[in-house]
Ligand binder design. Structure first.
Ligand SMILES: NC(=O)C1=CN([C@@H]2O[C@H](COP(=O)(O)OP(=O)(O)OC[C@H]3O[C@@H](n4cnc5c(N)ncnc54)[C@H](OP(=O)(O)O)[C@@H]3O)[C@@H](O)[C@H]2O)C=CC1
Ligand SMILES: CC1=C(/C=C/C(C)=C/C=C/C(C)=C/C=O)C(C)(C)CCC1
Length: 324
């Protein structure tokens, strides 16, 4: 921000001088961003209005997707709801319509690129240009890698990660034309650090985090500041998707599973506050930082102590017994 301004006034300065000034201004930028982030956490954030926005939510028939739809409806956004489960999606649509907003429900299989592009064309023709996308749909195989059919592993990557590419290719061009829009990625704490037996899920969510960050940087580089991005990384949510997953019993009250409504309300604060990223709860920033700052063995020791290394085993055992 400050750097480009200063360069205009220093055209003839020697290169070393320019670098030095640039460095100082970058440090100023850096301190300013940290200050803003600190203030953001201490003060109630200024929230934008989404009235009149056309907001598309994927996985809208699921636990978090339904709550997102209802929260956006309360804020006055017009909704486009996508899910492969027609009945669940229609149910969400009815609940949202009861709140007085226009809702358009589509049955879409996000694991198929062509379905995404076809549905996007239909939305453009039947409803209009989408201005907000909440990439929320997600799946997990829930089986041990070597016991899991390839198709199930592939599906996790297709829905949780590949679909982000096709969704963005389908809806970003219209946002770019107006330099206005918002792309939200519902990733996971398991997109920032990992645990055992969920290789498909972790790989897909790390992919989602990487995709999201690169897209955010691309929009900045192209001066498309009117298009916002928000990455949401929640810890385990108490809705059954990971039923059985648990850390060491004695430490569970330190970091209990999240309530779905709380998760969505915290996500909404970040989205409407145009925050770039949020971990829910904030405590999740600690293992995220520790993963890169500490040696592998040190992380392993803390994971073992907290029961984070084997937290998925009861979940995997449950799904495997259900299948066999
Ligand atoms: N629950 C948790 O503990 C956490 C979840 N998350 C993430 O939050 C997001 C929402 O999860 P949550 O609400 O809990 O999950 P749910 O399983 O409740 O909802 C996911 C929804 O997406 C739908 N869906 C699945 N596959 C497809 C597909 N191919 N095409 C279209 N829709 C599809 C599901 O339909 P169907 O039911 O028919 O499969 C379901 O309606 C996910 O991205 C998840 O990874 C992040 C952190 C923790
Ligand atoms: C691994 C690990 C932990 C447990 C994490 C768990 C249990 C995450 C579950 C996340 C889910 C289910 C996300 C879904 O998207 C602790 C205790 C925080 C300590 C650090 C290491």
């Amino acid at each position: 921000m400050f750097c480009s301004w200063a360069l205009k006034f220093l055209p003839a300065a020697p290169a070393a001088m320019v670098v030095l000034v640039d460095l100082l201004l970058m440090l100023l930028d850096l301190s300013y961003s940290i200050l803003c982030a600190v203030l953001q956490t201490l003060l109630p954030p200024r929230l934008k209005s989404v009235e009149g926005e056309l907001c598309l939510i994927t996985g809208a028939g699921g636990a978090l997707g339904r709550l997102f739809a209802l929260e956006f409806a309360k804020e006055g956004a017009q909704l486009v709801l996508w899910d492969c489960d027609t009945a669940a999606n229609e149910h969400t649509a009815r609940l949202a319509r009861d709140l007085g907003v226009k809702v358009h429900a589509y049955t879409v299989d996000l694991s198929k690129r062509e379905h995404i592009y076809e549905a996007a064309d239909r939305v453009r023709a039947e409803v209009g240009d989408v201005t907000m996308v909440v990439n929320n749909a997600g799946v997990v195989a829930g089986r041990r890698l070597l016991d899991c059919p390839d198709e199930l592993l592939e599906r996790t990557l297709l829905v949780n990660c590949h679909a982000l590419f096709w969704m963005t290719k389908a809806f970003l061009p219209q946002m770019k034309a107006r330099n206005h829009g918002h792309i939200v990625t519902i990733a996971s704490a398991l997109g920032l650090f990992t645990t055992s037996c969920v290789e498909d899920y972790c790989a897909s969510k790390f992919g989602a985090v990487g995709f999201h960050e690169s897209l955010a940087l691309e929009l900045q580089a192209e001066n498309q500041g009117g298009i916002k991005t928000t990455l949401v990384c929640p810890y385990i949510v108490n809705n059954g998707m990971f039923a059985g997953c648990e850390i060491r019993k004695e430490l569970r009250s330190l970091i209990p599973p999240l309530e779905p409504l709380y998760t969505v309300q915290e996500s909404m604060k970040a989205i409407l506050g145009e925050q770039q990223m949020v971990c829910i709860p904030r405590l999740i920033y600690i293992p995220f930082l520790a993963r890169v700052l500490l040696p592998w063995e040190a992380n392993l020791a803390t994971y073992r102590f907290m029961g984070g290394d084997k937290c998925m085993l009861p979940f995997i055992n449950r799904t495997e017994t259900k299948v066999t």
